[in-house]
Design a protein around this ligand. Structure first.
Ligand SMILES: [Zn+2]
Length: 200
């Protein structure tokens, strides 16, 4: 369940921080999810949760690695994934920070459909338990940030239109849940709908 380990082939070129206009909408969403504890930090200091939005076919902006503990993020906490190839387990990024260690899973979700415009990864024991118990889509007992996880994401959406069921729970990544949508608002709403089902 630790998010702090970079497992993929990483080509990181440190560059100037991103411009605020590139991430202000991500930051607005992140503030709400942080307030709910869906992004945050465990008692042992390990941060969790990350958000991305698509820029082009194979590029996206994502929160940086080990930023989950921060209540608000600045430009130096956002990374630009310029290119990636999940079949080659490759990812190239720039910005002032390395991308989240779960960035390639985001990339695989963007590959599911050109219409996917934003991806959110949260941690919550309550949401995780609820989704497993209620038979939501789930990846098998495989670790995040692995080829096996990429294969699992592709498997569960191989017969399902991803945007009609834009969420899944990660059995092998304790407390881990992914949602996505055409834009950030849609991906965020998917999470709120799950929370609504829990609260009722
Ligand atoms: Zn995670």
């Amino acid at each position: 369940m630790i998010d702090g380990v970079i497992k993929y082939n990483f080509d990181f070129q440190k560059s100037e921080a991103l411009d605020k206009s590139q991430f202000s909408d991500i930051e607005a969403t992140r503030k709400r999810l942080y307030a709910l504890g869906l992004i945050g930090v465990y008692a042992d200091g390990i941060g969790y949760g990350n958000i991305s939005k698509r820029v082009n076919t194979d590029s996206f902006i994502i929160t940086g690695t080990q930023t989950g503990h921060l209540k608000s993020l600045k430009a130096e906490h956002y990374a630009f994934v310029e290119a990636y190839d999940d079949k080659e387990f490759y990812l190239k990024s720039s910005g002032a920070i390395k991308p989240s260690s779960e960035a390639l899973t985001h990339g695989t979700i963007y590959n599911l459909s050109d219409e996917v415009g934003a991806v959110i990864h949260i941690h919550s024991k309550v949401v995780w338990d609820f989704m497993l118990k209620n038979n939501y889509l789930k990846t098998a007992d495989v670790e995040y940030g692995t080829v096996a996880m990429i294969d699992e994401v592709n498997r569960i959406f191989s017969t399902i239109d991803p945007l009609t069921n834009a969420k899944f729970v990660m059995l092998g990544h304790e407390e881990g849940v992914m949602s996505f949508g055409r834009d950030l608002a849609e991906a965020e709403l998917v999470l709120y709908e799950i929370l609504g089902s829990i609260l009722i």
